[in-house]
Structures are given as C-alpha cells and as structure tokens.
Design a binder for this molecule. Structure first.
Ligand code: FAD
Length: 561
C-alpha cells in the first residue's frame, strides 16, 4: 500500500526521551502538555529553538480533553463586548481549519429564537452579522436568519410553542485531545523532545534566575534535571501551583470554573443539527451530534476540589437534563439515558465581584522576577495565537539575556496530522475512499470511516496498512491496527491514554471501551512487557474511568484546593 509523504515521525522510546531531556541545555522548557503547551512547543521548535516539553500526566489530560470541543468565535463574548477576543478567535478558526481540515470541521450552529429568550430577532440578526464581520466569515457560510418552519425542519425536536424562528451561523467542531496530540507530534517532528508522565517538582535557579526544572518520571519516581535558558509554564488549572513554587504570585490569581457535558445515544436524542439554546436560568447551552451520540453542555460553576479528577455530580446531571427537556420536551431525557460524561476546569483569571460565567476568557502572560513566563486563561480556539505571543516573549528574553535570535512564527503554514488533505472537499473524498477500502475488507459500518478520518486524517493510511497485515479483518483487528499506530507514533503508555485521549472512545463509544479493554491491555502488555499485576492495574484504571464518567455522586469527592 502506498502511504502518503508524512510530516510526522515515529516517537522515540521513553528511555531515549528521558536521556535526551538531560543531554543539553534547551532554549525553552515548556511545562504542561495541553493545547497551549503543545502549541508553544511547536511554535518554538519550528522557529529553530531547542525545546523540551514535559507533561505530568498524559498529553491533554487536563482541560484540553474536557472542553465543548468547538473551535468557535465565542458568540457569547460578543454579548460581553469582548470585540478583540471575538475577532482573534474568529479569525483563528479559519486558520486552524486549514491546518487540519479533517479535525476542525464545519459545524453550522442553530440558534433558536424563542419568546422571552436571550436574543430577539433583530438583535440576533445584527449580532450574527457583526460576528461574521469580526471573524472574517464569507460566502455561503455567512449567517442566515430562518423562519419558524425552516428552523423546525432543521431541528424538528425543538419545542414549537415558544419558537419564533432561528439564526444559523458558522462554527467548527474538533476533538480537543487530538488537536493537542497532533501539535505534540508536529513539535517532535521539528525536533522538540516531548515527554508525558514527567512532572515538574521544582525549579532550578542560577543567581536567582529560573534555568530549568527538576522533573519526576511518573512511572519510576526517578528525578532528572532539565536545563533551559527560558522556562514557560502552560500548566492550565495548575499555573498558580507553579507560580507559588516560584514565589511569584501577585494580586492576579486563577479562578477555576467547572463545566460538565453529558453524552446520550443518538437514538435517544436524534439531533442532526447542532443547537445553541436558551435555558430557563438565562444561560445558554449546546447540544451537538457526534457519530453515535449527542452531547450536551455545559455548566459553569466555581470549583475548589481535586483538579486532576473533576467529576460530573448529580446536580450537574439534573441541571443539564432539565435544561434540555425544557427546550426539547418530546425527547424527555432521563438519567438512565446518560451513557457517559466529562467534567473540565476552565483556568480563568479571577475578577473581583464577577461570577463564573461573567469572568473574561481572555489569556494573560505573566513574567516573574526570576524570569518564569506563565500563561493563563484563554481558549482552545486561540491556542496557536497564544503560543505565538508566548514564544515572542520567550524569544525577546533569549535575545536580551543570551544574545540568541530566532525567526518569526511559522505555525500558520505547518499542517497538523501529517497534512495530505487540503480542505473539506478532499476530506470528504478521502473518507469515501477509506469507506470503500474498509468495505472491501468486510467492515461495512459507515461509522468506521467517519471515525477514523475525523480522528487521524490521512494518517488513516498507516492504520489501514497495519490492518492489511493482519490475519483477520474485523473490528477487533481494526482497533489492534489503531493501537499499533498509537503505540508507534503517539506516546501511548497506559490503556487510558489510548481509550480516553487518543481515540475519545470513553466519551463517544463507551461500549467499545468495555468490549475491547482486555484486547487493548493484552496488546500493550506484549509491547511493554507488563506482568499480570500491571495488567490488572490497567484493567482497574479503565474500570475506574468508566465508573467515573457514568455514575454521578451527590457531591463530587472533594479534596481541598
Ligand atoms: P490544560 O489542557 O489543562 O493543560 C495544562 C497541562 O499542564 C495539564 O495537562 C497538566 O497535567 C499539566 N501540568 C500541570 N502541572 C504540571 C507540572 N507540575 N508539570 C508538568 N505538567 C503539569 N475552548 C474553546 O476554544 N472551545 C470550546 O468549546 C471550549 N469549551 C470548554 C468547555 C469547558 C467545560 C471547559 C472547562 C473549557 C472549554 N474551553 C473551550 C477552554 C479550553 O478547553 C481551554 O482554554 C484549554 O483547553 C486550556 O488548555 P491548556 O493547555 O492551557 O490547559
């Protein structure tokens, strides 16, 4: 099979990565492998800096696997008059779509207009027009105002007694964890040394200036010293913990807001059109179809408990089900319909007197007296632009203190996921080709081609090449092929890395996690030489993941922040 000319490289072994971390003084050490840190690593490495990226758990373990998964202009920020933010993230959508057209896909959003709702017809029409203008939306993607009948045609389950009409506007949907991991892979391809399960425990100083960090291997507990001329913290909800270690807290601090999404089978909420709708308390939430499911979210509540494992609790479920049923009464969702969920923490910058949903989503860069650069706040959508700002700051520091100079940001033209697909049309055509190949191998479910191409783009060729080499060609063989690809290219070290963050199966196909748990662990055991005790640990961890997303405590287990 001919495989396209990729711009990704097989990942080095973990022992090689750990030794590379200690082999030199890097220009830049990036702490945190979420979308922000991964974007910074790619930007810096592609400008020619030597870069190390360390993540204490798995890449995208934090907020970057738990968002609404929209690459969006943030209509609600227009309501708060955050014009600059709307313009920047709106324009970024088009750029990120171009960089990964399979992964950042057009998802027109329906905004139903209802009696007594947030927006009237005129205000909506004007607001969406301004939104299009700021985001540079053109042609057929521009907003359309719809009659009540057309709105109902698009979303027949909407409650019709209060419906007045609708507005349809351009948004994009993504998979946040895959966007993150593709940035990590592209950064590695440009020479960055990236290591997950590597936690910064402390900073290294030279005459009071941060010059690296003590990093602990999450599997062995061994510590290594990583030296760098400049250190950047992109630790999301953990930014203040590192600022405290660096003794550089000032009057600005993080405010964590929890957001929850519920997942129900598509048959129970058969939506074919994404909807952004009013709920009785004056907030707005999304309902988004994706493959076999529809997901609903989000909430916005202050959070002070365990940052590593935020959970969906009973109150969150009640709120989202009630809100959905009030706009889609015929659907009548019940708790038993919820098959999965996720909860994420927005790392916002505290503003005196403002509630969680009123606080701005804009990002801010802090430079401490000891030259630690920290970035906090922001949106997934703006990760590339945030990375540019941070790397510009790092480059200034490197020029000033070390007389080193680097070029300008290039990430606008660095394709993600190995490239190979130029636009949505090519993605669609390629998906058709993949579907035919799968059919020829006896895999007839059309979901499979959609799933593979959305997650992997042209890298699907590599998975199909693995599949072709297998004795049998069935769904189990396909997941084996997918895992073989992940093990080779995507720094997968636990079963959850694969089943939660590389594939999103825990959220979007939870039955497949139950079905293939042992197959995945068996194959990983052969790769990593796991004994029976380790295999049992992995099984328990997957069972814990399943339990945590599908059961809802009255009050989430709370560890004081
Ligand atoms: P994170 O993804 O949290 O990454 C920080 C990483 O740092 C973590 O992986 C953590 O393990 C690591 N780390 C912490 N301490 C250390 C240490 N000592 N050593 C090494 N590593 C460390 N944005 C959008 O654009 N669109 C949306 O639809 C959207 N929806 C959202 C919905 C919800 C519910 C939430 C919570 C957020 C949403 N956002 C959205 C915002 C977006 O998800 C975040 O802005 C973004 O993911 C933050 O990425 P990050 O890399 O800064 O943080």
């Amino acid at each position: 099979m001919v495989v396209f000319d990729m711009t990704i490289s097989p990942a080095p072994s973990r022992s090689r990565i750990l030794s590379d971390l200690q082999s030199q003084t890097f220009d830049l050490l990036v702490i945190g492998g979420g979308a922000t840190g991964a974007g910074i690593a790619l930007d810096a490495a592609s400008r020619g800096m030597s870069v190390a990226l360390v993540e204490k758990l798995d890449f995208a373990f934090g907020t970057s696997s738990r968002s609404t998964k929209l690459i969006h202009g943030g209509l609600r920020y227009l309501k708060q008059f955050e014009i600059k933010l709307v313009r920047e993230v709106g324009q970024e959508r088009a750029i990120v779509h171009k960089l990964a057209p399979h992964l950042v896909v057009s998802e027109p959003m329906l905004l139903p207009l209802i009696k007594g709702g947030t927006y009237g017809r005129l205000a909506t029409s004007f607001g969406l027009k301004v939104y299009d203008f700021l985001a540079g939306v053109s042609g057929k993607d521009r907003r359309k105002m719809l009659s009540k009948a057309t709105t109902l045609k698009k979303a027949p389950l909407l409650r019709d007694d209060v419906l007045l009409g609708g507005g349809l506007y351009a948004e994009y949907r993504t998979d946040d964890a895959r966007l993150t991991v593709e940035n990590v892979k592209a950064a590695m391809h440009h020479g960055a040394v990236a290591c997950n399960y590597a936690e910064v425990k402390d900073f290294l100083y030279d005459q009071g200036i941060v010059q690296g960090a003590v990093v602990e291997d999450g599997f062995t507990g061994d510590q290594v010293e990583v030296r760098a001329r400049q250190v950047v913290s992109a630790a999301g909800p953990w930014v203040d913990e590192l600022r405290k270690k660096n003794q550089s807290m000032n009057e600005k601090r993080l405010f964590l807001s929890k957001g929850v999404h519920l997942v129900v089978p598509h048959e129970r909420f058969p939506l074919d059109q994404s909807v952004y709708f009013d709920v009785p308390d004056g907030r707005m939430i999304f309902a988004i179809p994706r493959g076999k499911v529809t997901y609903i979210g989000t909430t916005d509540t202050e959070y002070k408990a365990d940052k590593e494992r935020p959970r969906t609790n009973q109150e969150d479920v009640d709120y989202l089900l009630e809100a959905t049923n009030s706009m889609f009464p015929e659907v009548n969702l019940r708790q038993e319909d919820v098959v999965s969920s996720w909860a994420g923490l927005r790392p916002l910058i505290y503003e005196e007197g403002k509630s969680a949903s009123e606080i701005s989503r804009k990002d801010e860069v802090f430079i401490s007296d000891s030259r630690l650069v920290s970035i906090a706040g922001g949106k997934l959508t703006g990760y590339r632009k945030m990375a540019e700002r941070v790397v510009d700051t790092a480059a200034d520091q490197l020029a000033k203190h070390f007389d080193k100079s680097f070029g300008r940001c290039r990430t606008k033209s660095i394709d993600l996921a190995g490239g190979g697909l130029a636009n949505s049309k090519e993605v669609k055509q390629y998906q058709g080709e993949v579907a035919m190949k799968l059919q020829a191998a006896g895999l007839t479910d059309p979901y499979l081609a959609q799933y593979l191409v959305h997650l992997y783009g042209k890298q699907t060729d590599l998975i199909l090449a693995e599949l072709a080499g297998m004795e049998q060609q069935n769904e189990a063989a396909l997941i084996r092929a997918e895992l073989a690809f992940a093990l080779k290219y995507e720094l997968v070290f636990t079963a959850a890395d694969f089943l939660v963050r590389r594939t999103g199966r825990l959220y979007f196909d939870i039955d497949s996690v139950r079905q293939y748990r042992d197959l995945v662990i068996g194959q990983m055991a052969r790769q990593y030489d796991w004994d029976e005790t380790e295999q049992q640990t992995q099984r328990n961890l997957i069972d814990q993941e399943v339990e945590e997303v599908s059961t809802f405590p009255k009050q989430a287990a709370s560890v004081p922040a």
